[in-house]
Design a protein around this ligand. Sequence first.
Ligand code: CP
Length: 315
Amino acid sequence: MKHFLKETDFTRSELPGLFALARDLKRKRGKKGAPTPLKGETWAMIFSKSSTRTRVSFEVGIHELGGNPLFLNRNDIQLGRGETIADTARVLSRFVHGLVVRTFDHAEVQQLADIGTIPVINALTDLLHPCQILADAFTLAERWGHGKDLVGSLRGRKIAFVGDRGCNVANSWILGANLLGMKISLAGPPGFDAAPEFDQLLAREGFAGGYKFTTDAYEAVKDADVVYTDVWVSMGKEEETKERIRVMTPYAVTKKLFAAAKKDALFMHCLPAHAGQEVTQEILDDPRSIIFDQAENRLHMQKAILATLAASRRK
Ligand code: CP
C-alpha cells in the first residue's frame, strides 16, 4: 500500500502515469462518465493548520471521485486533547479508507502511515509540501509538454527559489526538482538554512548537494525558466515576523529581479501571497504569472494521487 508523504514516494517511472491521470481527470471533470474510483469510501482530513487551497481542493476532489470527505479540525477530535497519534491511526483505520493530514511535525504523518492500515497523504508539514510541488510541476508540464511528454518537458529546466530557502515549499521543490531532472538554485539571507532533518532526507534519497544556494538573488535567477517564492513568515514562525521581513526584503520578486531571469520565464507562488513583501502586486498580475493555474491544478493532481493510493490499498 502506497502513502504520499514526500515527492519521492512516487518513483521516476511512476510519474508519467500520474501526470497523464491528472490530465485525464482534468479533461473529464464534470463530464458524464467521469471516473469515481473512491465510490463508497470516506477519506478523513485532519488539519492542524489553516488552509484555503488544500482543504477545498481535497474536499472537492474526494467528492468528485465519488468519495465522502470528512474534515476533522485537530482541536475538535481527541488528538487535540492529547490522544496519541498511534491510537488515532489505529482507530481511524477502522472507520475510513484514507487520511489527508496537515500538521506541524513531519514525524506525525510518518507515524500515522507506519501505524495505520490506510493510505496517508501529506497535505503540508513544516518539512515538506509535496502535493503543492506535484501540482506545480504538472502546471509547468502542461505549458511546456504541449499535451505530449509531460514529465519529459521538465527535464533540464531551471527553477530559482528566492526568499525563505528553509521553508517547506523550498525543501519540497529541492526534492521535486531532483526527482524530475530539473535544476534548482535558491537564494536567501544566511542563517535560514533547511532543518538538519531535511539534509538527512535529501542524502537518504540520493540527492545530497542537489541544489545551488547563494545569497545573491540575481545570481540564482540567471537563466531561470521559473522564478518561485513563498511567504517569508510560514505558519508557526509568526514571532519572527519583524526580523524575517528585515533580512528577506532584498529577496523580493520585483520587476527588476524577474527581468534577470529568462525572457519567457514564468512566475510561481504557492499562495497565499503577501503583495509588497515577497513579491510585488505588479509581478503577481504579470501575464507570466501562473499562480492561479497552480492553485487550480492542486485539485487535478490531488485527484490523481487519491485515485492511485486508493488503488494501491485495494491490491
Ligand atoms: N498553497 C497552500 O497550501 O495553500 P493553503 O494554505 O490555502 O492550503
